[in-house]
Design a protein around this ligand. Sequence first.
Ligand code: FES
Ligand code: FES
Length: 160
Amino acid sequence: MNKIIKFTLNGDPIEIACESNLALLDLIRDKIGLTGTKKGCEEGECGACTILLDGNPVNSCLTLAQEIEGHEVVTIEGISKGGKLHPIQDEFITRWAFQCGYCTPGMVLSSIALLNKIPHPTEYEVREAISGNLCRCTGYQKYVESILAVAAQMNKEAKV
Ligand code: FES
Ligand code: FES
């Protein structure tokens, strides 16, 4: 059944009709047109479709669009502010952390969720946080190094 839902997308209120069986991933990509969120396995295995739901990384392919009524959704398009990339994005670029880039939006969002919760993560915590994001180009080491570097930088700035 069609239902009008209201939620916040990348900081803006949004109101849109969606069918009861529509995945959040398809709402974001096909109805709203934000294609930075990637479609991979569509069964919760690859993490390409990761978005932040109330600050937590979630597989949008497994989330029904109608479930997000009243919640806050952030996609990769909502991460850079005023044309300035998030430090995680900058670091991924600086260190050549990605190759094809298909997993990168999901990696960015999982990393940001981690650093918002644990500003001083161990390497183990970083690896655990991105364990749901599969990279078929297998660039994990550079991703891990980038996240640890951003954490160290942010902590240094916080102490100044
Ligand atoms: S597309 Fe959602 S986890 Fe793979
Ligand atoms: S960079 Fe290609 S899948 Fe990760």
